[in-house]
Structure formats: C-alpha cells, structure tokens
Design a protein around this ligand. Structure first.
Ligand SMILES: NC(=O)c1ccc[n+]([C@@H]2O[C@H](COP(=O)([O-])OP(=O)(O)OC[C@H]3O[C@@H](n4cnc5c(N)ncnc54)[C@H](OP(=O)(O)O)[C@@H]3O)[C@@H](O)[C@H]2O)c1
Length: 302
C-alpha cells in the first residue's frame, strides 16, 4: 500500500524528479556552510535559542526516517513492478545502509556521554536529507537500478562489488573508532570530576546541586584535542572515514549509480565546510601551536 500515491514509493518519473532535486538542491544548502560558520550536527555548543531541541531526541528523530523509508520502499516498490525476488546485491546494499543508520540514528545518541542541543532548522534540513537520500537509494535498489543477475554483472562485477563492501567496512570501523575517541574524552573527564568530587567529600548543605548537575554541565563543555588514530593528522577523521564508507558503497553499487553519487557529493558538500570551520574553532580555542600541522579532514591535503 502506498503512503502517498505515486510519490512514496515513487513512480519512475517522480523518482527521476526527486533525484534531480536531491542532486542540485542539497549541494547548494551544504555549501552555505562556507558563508556562515554554522554547525550542521551536534555543534560546539550552539548559541542558546528557544528553537534548540534536546540533542538525543533530535538525533534520533532526524536520522531514523532515513532507513525506515528505504526499508519501506524496498518492501513495496518491487511488487508494483512485478519483481518477486530482488538479487542478493540489492539486499546487501540495503542492509549496509540499515547497519550504518542503526548505529548513527539509534546507538550513537545513546552512546554519547553528552549531546549538545540541535537547532530546529538543522533538524529539518537533516530530515530532508534523510528522506531525499533514502527515497533515491531505496527506489534504485527496489526497481529502478539493476534487478537481475545479468544487469548486476554489467553494473558491478563480483570483484568490484566485493572491493566496495570491504572499503565500506573499513570506513564504518574508522568512523566508529574516531567517534569513540571523542566519547572517551568526555568519559575521562567525567571520571576525573567524579574522583575530585569524592575526595572533596559531601557538598555544603546550602548547595542545591546534590545530584552533580553542575559537574555534568562542565563535562558537556569539555573539549580536548584528540590524538588517537587519524586524529594525529586531521581534526575530523570521523568525517573522512564516513566518506570512505560511502565511497565503498558507490564502488559496490557501480560507478553509474546516480543516487550513490548524489549521497557522497551531498555529504561532502555539507561536512567539508563544517570541518574547515571546525579547524578554525580548534585554533581559536587551543592556539595554532597546539593544533600544529593537523589538517581539517583529509590527511596531508585539507
Ligand atoms: N555533521 C554532519 O553534517 C554529519 C553528517 C553526516 C554524518 N555525520 C556523522 O555524525 C557523527 C557526529 O558528527 P558531528 O558533526 O556531531 O561531529 P563532532 O562535531 O565532531 O561531534 C561529535 C561528538 O563529539 C563531541 N566532541 C567534538 N569535538 C570534541 C572534542 N574536541 N573534545 C571532546 N568532545 C568533542 C561533540 O560534543 P558537542 O556536541 O558537545 O560539541 C559531539 O558529542 C560523525 O561520525 C559524522 O561522520 C555528521
């Protein structure tokens, strides 16, 4: 059953229109990051605003619609086109998308020791990103891309498919590893403050902060220059690894997969200005000498 007749799941003509919009509109939005030093997600403590949403709720609600949409389209669209059994490659690629977003949408906000608020404008852009992306990739995987073994042999022969999957997993592992390094900075600080609180004894009776709320706020604002892994060379290796991940997906889907190209280009156009602005933030906070030769996001390049 269609959620919106002709649009969700989309007919081929609507898919092509949505894909065009996705290819041309989001790189423009993303590139606005070069003009305004806004922070797309998380944010180094965005300015207080009544339009800020609690970080964990915002992450979950803006990222979950993506993989649910993709699953819905892959479940409904093939039947509409008389496709009874999708090739295993379509299922594997759909599965990789779900694995990534199960982490990003559900585990990530739960694992973070603290999550900065997110402005409702950023939240809306992120939901738009998810819906466009999942509709285009999902429709391509469900009916409008290769849907027979013969079509796959021409689209991405097995060695290319296998290479793409390997690159995807290297990127996913790297993304998780560097996210984890940032989490560990906050956990370390939390442990340090707990030790100090314990050794200082109970708070004075006049204090209202018996639950350590003030200490948690300090932890939320605690930043260090991370050092592990690729953080030795760049300040946003988690972004770089995410790009490797989706490059792997593109290799596996085949170089002519327009939705996989659009996804990669749109991610880079949104995240590159954030990383470059982010490097400036590190220089302002810690000084040029502490940041040293670390680049923003691509080792030895940018
Ligand atoms: N940003 C995007 O547009 C975007 C798009 C697609 C995917 N992603 C992925 O989503 C994940 C998170 O992205 P993000 O933009 O939120 O990354 P981020 O700005 O680096 O922040 C990630 C988390 O680490 C904390 N953090 C950042 N720098 C820190 C430091 N120097 N010391 C201690 N803690 C620090 C942040 O805390 P605060 O929030 O308190 O600053 C936040 O909780 C990444 O894996 C990225 O690849 C991001």
């Amino acid at each position: 059953m269609a959620i919106i007749q002709g649009w969700l799941p989309p007919t081929r003509a609507h898919y092509e229109l949505i894909l065009k919009l996705w290819q041309f509109s989001y790189p423009v939005f993303g590139s606005c990051g070069w003009l305004f030093a806004w922070k797309g997600m998380g944010g180094k403590l965005p300015a207080p605003s009544r339009f800020n949403m609690p970080g964990r709720v915002a992450w979950l609600t803006m990222e979950v619609p993506g993989f649910l949409t993709l699953l819905y389209i892959m479940r409904t669209l093939p039947q509409q086109h008389g496709i009874h059994d999708l090739p295993w490659q379509n299922r594997v690629l759909g599965g990789l998308f779900v694995i990534h977003y199960a982490y990003r949408a559900v585990l990530f906000p739960l694992l973070q020791p603290s999550v900065a608020p997110i402005h409702v404008f950023t939240w809306s852009l992120a939901i738009g990103f998810q819906l466009f992306n999942a509709t285009c990739l999902g429709s391509w995987l469900a009916a409008y891309g290769p849907v027979t073994p013969e079509a796959w042999a021409a689209q991405a022969p097995l060695p290319q498919f296998a290479l793409g999957i390997a690159v995807f997993y290297v990127g996913l592992a790297g993304n998780f590893f560097h996210d984890e390094e940032l989490r560990e900075i906050r956990r370390r600080e939390q442990r340090r403050q707990e030790r100090i609180r314990k050794s200082a004894g109970p708070p004075p009776s006049s204090s209202n902060d018996t639950n350590g709320t003030a200490a948690r706020k300090v932890v939320e604002k605690h930043y260090e220059i991370p050092q592990a892994g690729l953080f030795r060379y760049v300040l946003f290796p988690h972004y770089f690894c995410e790009w490797i991940e989706w490059t792997g997906f593109l290799i596996a889907a085949g170089w002519s997969c327009a939705p996989a190209w659009a996804f990669l280009v749109n991610e880079i156009s949104a995240m590159l200005p954030q990383a470059v602005n982010g490097r400036e933030w590190y220089v302002d906070k810690f000084g040029e000498d502490k940041v040293g030769k670390k680049r923003a996001v691509i080792p030895w390049v940018w």
